[in-house]
Design a protein around this ligand. Sequence first.
Ligand code: 3PG
Ligand code: MG
Length: 346
Amino acid sequence: MFKTLKDFSVNDKRILVRCDFNVPVDDKGNILDDFRIKQTLPTIKYLIENRAKIILMSHLGEPGGKVVPELKLDKVAERLAEYLEISIEKEDDCIGIEVEEQTNKLEAGKILLLENLRFHKEETDNDLDFAKKLSYLGDIYVNDAFGVCHRDQASVTGVPKLLPCCAGLLLEKEIEAMDKLINNPEKPMVAIVGGKKVDTKSKFINSISKVSDWVIISGLIAKEVAEKNIKFEYPEKIVIPVGQLDALDINQDSIKIFQEKISQAKTIVWNGPFGKFEDEKYVAGSLAIAEAIIKSGAFAVVGGGETVEFLNKQSMIDKFSHVSTGGGAMLSYLAGDKLPGIEVLA
Ligand code: 3PG
Ligand code: MG
């Protein structure tokens, strides 16, 4: 197991926190959904209360190693300042002498946010020299970015090799919820896998089938399965929609079949919407699934960027046992993969 924040005295120390502020933004860089920012607040508040010098770092989007103005973190800084009701210092870069000086000048209880890590291609290259430069900015490294733990990148796996390190409160909470799902879940268990791109989900479908009684998959995935002649390990557990599989939403008969399974469940995991939910006309399927899950009273974990965006729009986030900040990371963890960002903390 890894250390947690509570294993360290953070008082007056420079605490370098890897956050996942990779939020959806529009083409002007306006934040469309700030769920990931909100979920990081408990760790930041803990550090403020315990008089740490707080240095936050994150990536946003895929700028490909150069500065992309819409992907700067200024709007993230503003949003954090609003929620925390304190001013936040924002740097124009994430490494360098000047940034290092700022971290040394930082007062206890104050926050400094570094610029988008992926403006340097050394971040995704997992460059050792870049990781070293980041490590000069903190005395202790905290990973609170579950969403990026499947990435072998400098700020995720490089820096914790160079500093005392631990998991933040959000990462701890995420792992606890995931472990509860895969280790002895209360039965029956239903997994619900929406969206498309079977290639990114078939490993998850197979491994979650081991512990689940039913795995409900979306029409688009079912269609790909048929077209590519994919064989699942537990075909008898797979439940698919009826009718036209590539329809923009699932039909009433499919909703009924799914509701019936969901209503019996004691444990549920859901990733990926069931219709083209961006369009109000096609939300009925995803909405019916969400409502059925809530009504079931099961221990329910939901994740994935689009699913969370959908639930946020419907103001339903609070109604689930755990809503994960991870998309790919959640599928990977639940599929039994060892996530490099978590392994390195041990
Ligand atoms: C995510 O959005 O899943 C994480 O922030 C990881 O981002 P990435 O897929 O661009 O590495
Ligand atoms: Mg992504």
